[in-house]
Design a binder for this molecule. Structure first.
Ligand SMILES: Cc1ncc(COP(=O)(O)O)c(C=O)c1O
Length: 379
């Protein structure tokens, strides 16, 4: 079946008991065992529940994976993947990863004997140079948040597999509709489902999608042992959101392209970073490995003062963290999502003081452009 059909029907079957077209929310912590040794397959909601199982089937199908596990946030999902490492292991990561990933690794996991190297993964030679005999995992964000560097997933995976290194891709910015990392050779995919998969900014959630039974067993062990699996109501909300993923992503993509072109042509904007523009350094790669370019755009206004003026004058775009919802959000990565990245590191990797990030929603694009235009005029 096609992607949209899968998104609406896999894991989204009508309730067999009543025929309800939308499966009910199983808001319960425990399940009565009919007789000793005879259970429904569910015993306790931390371990599993029907809404979680349904969503995991949908997400695994859309990413073309062997299995998926859903968590209470993107960070909980990413943490479970990082816990596959053991003291003494080394990981290579994209240098401009989401700030929370940087914080988790540099401020917490290093205390458990793990080593992390941050490199520009859009350059294969930098990845190769960073790999050591104890490297067990390469963690890619592509495009990176918020610098929009694109990494060649197939090339990194081919290199990594020769060395028996696991490749993990954070696919949050594009969703499985626009990019399928497992098909390109990656071993695992993670998502902040808070973003495009949910799409309506009404819950947090995360997912890990795996390609082997060994990884499935390891992630499920962590999910049920640690207890950060996604709750029934939140699973319901993400399942509801996923039904419209394809049509939403098409609109995010077309609005994103129109706004990127508007920004690139605007004299107050110093630089527009969007993989869909031919001026983007990895435009050809993005065209090859992605089905579209999505709704994430970063642009540099040259100074924190100019960025502040814009952010204080937008009316339709909301100044807020997060991304991937139907409504357009605008943010200042250096002081918001990436505040936990030290200033010198931010400057080195391109998170400049005047950088602004847009998560373009699915409103009428003329209204969004008019709003940005009037706010840019205030600079
Ligand atoms: C690319 C990316 N990955 C992971 C995360 C973390 O997800 P969550 O906020 O759901 O924990 C975020 C959050 O903004 C993100 O942008």
């Amino acid at each position: 079946m096609g992607f949209s059909t899968d998104a609406i029907h896999v894991g989204q079957e009508p309730d067999p008991l009543t025929g309800s077209i939308v499966a009910p929310i199983y808001q319960t912590s425990t399940y009565v065992i009919e007789q000793m040794g005879k259970s429904s397959g569910y015993d306790y909601a931390r371990t599993n529940h029907p809404n979680r199982k349904a969503l995991e089937r949908t997400v695994a199908k859309l990413e073309r994976g062997h299995a998926a596990y859903v968590f209470s946030s993107g960070m909980a999902a990413i943490d479970s993947v990082f816990r596959l490492l053991r003291p003494g292991d080394h990981m290579v990561l994209s240098q401009a990863v989401y700030g929370g990933v940087y914080r988790l690794s540099t401020q917490f996991l290093v205390q458990f004997g793990l080593e992390f190297s941050y490199v520009d993964t859009s350059k294969l030679d930098e990845v190769e140079a960073a790999v050591k005999p104890n490297t067990k995992m390469i963690y890619l964000e592509t495009p990176t948040n918020p610098t929009m560097f694109v990494t060649d997933i197939a090339a990194v995976s081919a290199f990594a597999h020769e060395k028996k290194i696991t490749v993990v891709v954070d696919n949050t910015f594009l969703s499985p509709y626009l990019q399928q990392p497992l098909a390109l050779g990656a071993d695992m995919v993670v998502h902040s489902m808070t973003k495009y998969l949910n799409g309506h900014s009404d819950c947090t959630g995360g997912a890990v999608i795996v390609n082997t039974q060994a990884h499935a067993d390891a992630i499920y062990f962590l999910q049920r042992s640690v207890g950060a699996g996604l709750a029934p109501m939140d699973c319901f909300l993400v399942s509801r959101g996923i039904k419209t993923l394809a049509v939403r992503m098409d609109r995010h993509d077309s609005n994103g392209m129109a706004i990127a072109k508007f920004l690139e042509a605007h004299k107050k904007v110093k630089r527009t970073i969007y993989p869909g523009l031919s001026s983007h350094a990895q435009h050809e790669l993005a065209k090859r490995q992605q089905r579209g370019f999505g709704g994430m755009i970063s642009f540099d206004l040259g100074s924190v003062e100019a960025a502040t003026t814009l952010l204080n004058h937008v009316k339709l775009c909301s100044l807020a963290e997060s991304l991937g919802g139907v409504e357009t959000l605008i943010s200042h990565p250096p002081s918001m999502t990436h505040a936990s990245v030290p200033a010198d590191v931010r400057e080195r990797i391109g998170i400049t003081p005047g950088l602004v990030r847009l998560s373009v929603g699915i409103e009428d694009v003329e209204d969004l452009i008019a709003d940005l235009d009037q706010a840019l005029a205030k600079i």
